[in-house]
Design a protein around this ligand. Sequence first.
Ligand code: C5P
Length: 430
Amino acid sequence: MQLDNRKLVLGVTGSIAAYKACELLRLFVKGGADVYVAETEAACRLVAPATFEALSGHKVSTEIFNEASDIGHIELSAHADLIVIAPASAQTIAKLAAGMADNMLTATVLAAPCRTVIAPAMNSRMYLNPATQANLETLRKRGFIIISPEEGELACGTQGVGRMRPVEDIYNIVCALLNPREGIAFAGFGQYLPSPEAPLSLAQTRLLPKAQGAGLKVVITAGPTEEPIDPVRVITNKSSGKMGYALAEAARAAGADVTLISGPTHLPCPQGVKRINVRSAADMLNAVKDQVTDAQVVIGCAAVSDYRLAYVYDKKITKDETGDSLTLTLIKNEDIISYVGHLEKRPFTVGFAAETDHAEEHAKEKLTRKNLDLIVLNDVSRQDIGFNSDDNAVSVFDRDGKVADLDKAPKSVIASRLVDLIFEAVRKGA
Ligand code: C5P
């Protein structure tokens, strides 16, 4: 089994998602791990220690001076291969960032020689609050592995980012982290590598493979563009930006210096990524021209408008002026990724192709015409993947033909695999 002979500490904090920790614990135990649970006081009010005791076979630790625990905080951390805090509340994240040790869980983390994985779960305003984001960035730099929450319905009845990643994903990530050499699909989890600035002890280095993107500047275009018609109207498209943002997060987590040039989206900027906000294709091209000079990799993931208005009205167009019909003349925008591909001193250049028919043929033709190193083909005729979806499935081509087929998976997983492929090709000097 994937977690045979592994000792884990499962930290549970006072987020409503605490009940999901029971299922995660069950998966860990089924996978062969010996798991000790440390609950905060707030977590104990949500899920009684007796539940975790029954599932783990060990007493649950809460207070540092609790005689009932069968193991102390130093011992607990010393024996663990990994600490997993799921769910991690904003409060516990803040305490860890400050280096506090006021309960069994925080004291165990502070004393730990092993890595800590954190799966935040909270209301989206709490998650997006700059204080929480800064705390997470501090922890990431110290080598904590952050499993970013998802968007969706939250316990407080609102919609937004902050829902804990499914326990199956957390389980798979933990298995991959603990088995990097046994070939248990590490690919796809590159984004969970800690930051390259994180101090690593020898034991910790052994746990994780080297960050492949260290020393590379990666520029990624993402999202839609907006072409103004008049001061209030635009021509745009349905791109959500999710794929480009996932690529930025994955490249950053693999150690690269990432600049995300983004059209209008509602997505939060991934931790540690520099974002430049643009609206029109012309603005995006200018930002790329600025950023490309010292970049080693450029990935064109944006759904750039192929055309813009020949004439932009400076006042709102009214029906009285135009009558029953209005003709707009569009002129072609410059192709941004093709501009990059044809530069004399060109970076490793990656494009995307969203196709509905003759997909492979069109993708290969674009690779040649735009002078790209790699092209990522999306079949947009499928309803279950691509535009606006959380999942994707792609094929990757280089000048010699097909490099990989990446089956349907969350965009974050596809992004990690693409980043692995791109960095491997860059390192080989393709
Ligand atoms: O030709 P098509 O629009 O299908 O090509 C898609 C690829 O080209 C994507 O990588 C997209 O980001 C890029 N592109 C661009 N500038 C444009 C149009 C497309 O960079 N004006």
